[in-house]
Every structure is written in C-alpha cells, then in structure tokens.
Design a protein around this ligand. Structure first.
Ligand SMILES: [Fe+2]
Ligand SMILES: [Fe+2]
Length: 271
C-alpha cells in the first residue's frame, strides 16, 4: 500500500483505510513507549530522582495518549502533533540517558545497547507518524529495510534475555543462543539482499523465499518469548528479569514484526 504526504497539496494522499492503519500502529507503539518509560524507571539508580521523575512523567503522558487513542476512531492533526511531540521529547530523553551512560555519569542496570535499542524503536514510531501511516510502500527495498530493522531488534531481544537469565538456566540460555545465531545470520543476509534491491529488479524470487525463512524464524522467537513470559509469571525461571512484563513486551514486538513483514511480503508477491 503506497501512501505519501504530497507537500505541495498539503494533504494526505492515502488509500481510504490508511487512517485506521495509523490508529492501529499508534495504539501499539504508544503502549510500547509507556512501557519503555517504566523499564527505564526500574533500571535507574534510586538516587537519580530527577531522571526517575522524568521517566514517570513520560509513562503518565503515554498512558494519557493511550487512553485518548482508545476513544477515537481516527487521528486528527492535533492528536498527530501531540504524538509527534511526545515521541520526539522521549527520543531526546533516551539519548541523554545513553550519553550519560557512555560517559560513565550514570549507574544502574540499563545496558547502553538497551537504551540504544529502545531509542531506535521510538525513531521507528516517529517515522510512522511523520509519514502519517506505516511505511508500507510495497517495494523489495522497503521489504528488506523492514526485515533489517526487525531482525536487529529480534537479535538484541535474545541478547538481552541471555544476559538477564541466571547462569544456571543452561537450557534456556542455549535455546536463546541458537536462535540468536540464526537471527544474526538472517540479518546479515537481509543486508546483502537489501543492497541488491538497489539494482531495482522487476522480480526477486530469492528475496521472497528468504522472507518466508525470516517469518518462520521470528515465529519461533515469538513462541520462545511467550513461553518465557508464562514461566516468569509462574515464578519458574531464575534471573534478573525486572518484571515479566518485559517478556510480554518483546513478544508483542515479535508479533508486530510478523504482521509488518507479512503485509509487505504479500504486497510484493506476484498474484
Ligand atoms: Fe520495546
Ligand atoms: Fe524491543
């Protein structure tokens, strides 16, 4: 589905259901942003009261936006602007945290790569908002771009999970490591194929075959996270996972990846 803002017309040049797509996308990401603020709060040192207060303010702000999005049937210009503003400020806050962490001016349990990861997710959401709808222009290039984004996210989720599990959880760590290796290999290939799409082929059957592999691997990653969440809820897993919600959060992101990639794949698949 192609949807672009035509600046000279100053209006959205979108198919009729693009507004619903944006609403669905915004509902998903606003909840994710709220949870990022909660995870940051849990990972900050107790003495950093100002940063904790800011994280709480973002959690409250995204909760309010979540409530608003639940009540509306489409996103008007004012709400769109409010969303963009909140996400832009949140990106600035996350970058400030990362800078402080890199410069050894901030302690606590937040991995620098985790802060970078959640910043990239916020930038992805901002791009969706800037374009007024999910980036679903059906092209091979767009498909590989989404695959590169999501495979990197999936690989890092597995890396975070590995580092949050207790060393005695050998079987779970082993499963996560194997999945991480598969995901890393796919990510490398996605980058190769993405580069090849610049030759603008009219057909790219190998990319279609590869995308099926991506979908089946992300499905396994999704199921692994769902199992991890169940185990954490039952208190049947050892580690330093701050809350079971973190596993549900990454499971929802895997579901989103599956949805976005499947949609693009079906758009570029010849009928
Ligand atoms: Fe996230
Ligand atoms: Fe994530």
């Amino acid at each position: 589905m192609i949807c672009k803002m035509t600046y000279w017309e100053s209006q959205w040049n979108c198919p009729p259901n693009a507004g619903e797509d944006l609403l669905d996308e915004a509902r998903f990401w606003v909840r994710i942003m709220k949870e990022h603020a909660m995870f940051i709060q849990m990972g900050l040192p107790g003495c950093d009261t100002e940063l904790i207060r800011e994280a709480q303010a973002f959690a409250d702000r995204f909760q309010m936006l979540e409530n608003t999005l639940d009540e509306v049937s489409s996103i008007g210009p004012e709400l769109l602007q409010e969303l963009r503003q909140a996400v832009t400020e949140f990106i600035e806050y996350k970058r400030r945290l990362l800078r402080a962490r890199i410069q050894c001016q901030l302690g606590g349990g937040l991995y620098p790569l985790l802060i970078d990861h959640i910043t990239r997710e916020a930038v992805h959401f901002l791009n969706v908002l800037e374009w007024g709808q999910p980036m679903r222009a059906a092209s091979f290039q767009q498909l590989t771009r989404e695959e590169i984004f999501w495979l990197r996210i999936m690989k890092e989720h597995l890396e975070f999970i590995i580092h949050l599990l207790d060393p005695s959880e050998r079987n779970l760590i082993n499963t996560a490591e194997e999945l991480k290796r598969t995901t890393a290999r796919l990510l490398e290939t996605a980058r190769d194929l993405g580069s090849m799409t610049q030759s603008q082929p009219a057909a790219f059957p190998t990319l279609l075959r590869f995308s099926d592999e991506v979908l089946s691997t992300i499905t396994v990653v999704r199921d692994f996270k769902a199992t991890g969440y169940e185990l954490a809820l039952l208190c049947q897993v050892l580690g330093i996972i701050p809350t079971p919600l973190l596993l549900d959060h990454v499971r929802r992101e895997a579901d989103r990846a599956l949805e976005e990639i499947s949609m693009l794949l079906s758009d570029v698949t010849p009928r």
